[in-house]
Design a protein around this ligand. Structure first.
Ligand code: PMP
Length: 442
């Protein structure tokens, strides 16, 4: 083994010895990233990769974006003192900005340090406001890893406990590739999901607090119901006074191209009661938050404080990052380059037996994989493609209830040339995985 290989093996052994067994890592030989620039990252062994996953969508604009680095460095050189006990100019400015962008009238913003904490807070607000611990969630959902967020995660692979403080009622609507409604048209699917929601509400005893939904399910494999489904749900929720929480942790900030927020694909629904965000806003800094109209945000009857939420350093970085995103119309870029990438992936998929479906919008694209020539989901295919894509110099993600979906979510500044380069590499990786599965690999 070379020196770098031995160093890598030693680090991997130490990682396994001291970190929990349940922490997921990608690749048989996990990657140690050392630096990045633009849409590329480098590992400790000096290999360069085109980053088509951006740390699960956290790299929103670009790696090592000079504007963000400058804002963070400047702030770090002044003061790192944090806590909501003192006023922060950046936190107020960022909150004003996000309140305006949210589309929620009379919006209040609370900053957290993660998506999990944002959803946890949204659940605290909704359950308190409604006086109920019953929550509606979508099957195949993922909302985080805290005790309460696990309780609304409809994917057993990511739900290590069933002892949640919440009572969760799971409804259809997140995934339509498979399941009892898979063969229906958009209108029929929507009607079936609404009927399912109404049936669930009929079974619920007492008040239901809220429905929480990812407009496009992230960990679930970039799946979603038809546009307008959440508007149809909203009409039912309104009859019962049930709140609507939109989890925009993956779908926010223009990633879906056509819309700034995922919920806007269901525009007729109007703004949600509560919106949660995280990931991309900090471009890698631990930043998340909750937006809600004042009446809902202010329903808590005791004091609260956050030591790290909205700290000067994360808010300075997020302000610079969001400013760059808007000044450079990266939402428009996600629409244009994402649309092109999707067509390329569709034509690649047309010649392959392991691809069941290409889906998603903007720069949030999913590829569902099956055993060649069948309809059986294949997690093996997804792992093979991930490894082969890495060999080709491209990092992607995977997901889906059966672990058989590829997730493609590059930084939103992706260029056309980089999209082409990534598509070529993915075509080679998909072909390699298919031949391996068919036993014809050479
Ligand atoms: N909600 C969604 C939709 C997510 O994808 C994730 C993270 N994958 C979370 C919440 C939790 O965010 P975090 O990992 O920052 O706690």
């Amino acid at each position: 083994a070379t020196e770098t290989e031995s160093a890598h093996a030693a680090l991997h052994a130490r990682h396994r010895a001291v970190l929990p067994d349940w922490l997921a890592t990608y690749y048989a030989r996990p990657i140690e990233l050392t630096h990045g620039e633009g849409r590329h990252v480098w590992d400790a062994e000096g290999r360069r990769y085109l980053d088509f996953f951006g740390g699960i969508l956290t790299t929103m604009t670009a790696h090592a974006l000079p504007e963000v680095t400058a804002a963070v460095t400047e702030q770090a050189g002044r003061i790192l003192h944090t806590s909501t006990l003192y006023l922060s100019r950046q936190a107020v400015e960022l909150a004003e900005h996000i309140a305006r962008l949210s589309g929620i009238p009379d919006a209040r913003v609370f900053f957290t340090t993660s998506g999990t904490e944002a959803n946890d807070t949204a659940l605290l607000l909704a359950t308190t406001y409604r006086g109920s611990n019953q929550i509606l969630a979508l099957r195949n959902s993922y909302h985080g890893r805290s005790f309460s967020a696990i309780g609304i995660t409809g994917n057993s692979a990511w739900s290590p406990t069933s002892l949640s403080p919440l009572q969760t009622l799971y409804v259809h609507g997140g995934v339509r590739t498979r399941g009892p409604y898979a063969h229906l048209s958009d209108a029929e699917f929507t009607a079936a999901c609404v009927a399912d929601l109404e049936e669930m509400l009929g079974q619920a005893s007492g008040t239901v607090a809220a429905l929480i939904a990812e407009p496009i399910q992230g960990v679930g494999g970039f799946t979603s119901g038809p546009d307008g489904l959440l508007a149809a749900f909203k009409r039912v929720l309104d009859r019962h006074g049930i709140l609507w929480i939109t989890d925009e942790v993956q779908t926010g900030w223009g990633r879906t191209g056509e819309h700034f927020w995922g919920w806007q694909a269901h525009g007729q629904a109007g703004p949600p009661d509560i919106l949660t965000f995280a990931k991309g806003v900090g471009n890698g800094l631990s930043m998340g938050g909750v937006v809600a109209r004042a009446e809902v945000m202010n329903c808590l009857g005791a004091n609260s404080i956050s030591t790290f939420g909205g700290s000067p350093i994360t808010t300075a970085g997020a302000l610079a990052n969001l400013g760059y995103l808007i000044d450079h119309d990266l939402q428009g870029n996600a629409r244009r380059v994402g649309g092109m990438l999707r067509s390329r992936l569709e034509s690649i998929a047309a010649g392959l037996d392991i691809v069941r479906e290409v889906r998603g919008r903007g720069l949030m694209l999913g590829v569902e994989l099956v055993e060649p020539g069948t309809d059986t989901p294949s997690a093996t295919a997804a792992s093979l493609v991930l490894e082969a894509a890495r060999e080709q110099g491209v990092l992607i993600g995977k997901g889906g209830r059966a672990g058989n979906a590829l997730r493609i979510a590059p930084p939103l500044s992706l260029t056309v040339a980089e999209a082409e380069e990534g598509a070529e590499a993915l075509a080679a990786a998909l072909k390699h995985a298919q031949s391996t599965m068919e036993g014809t690999a050479v």
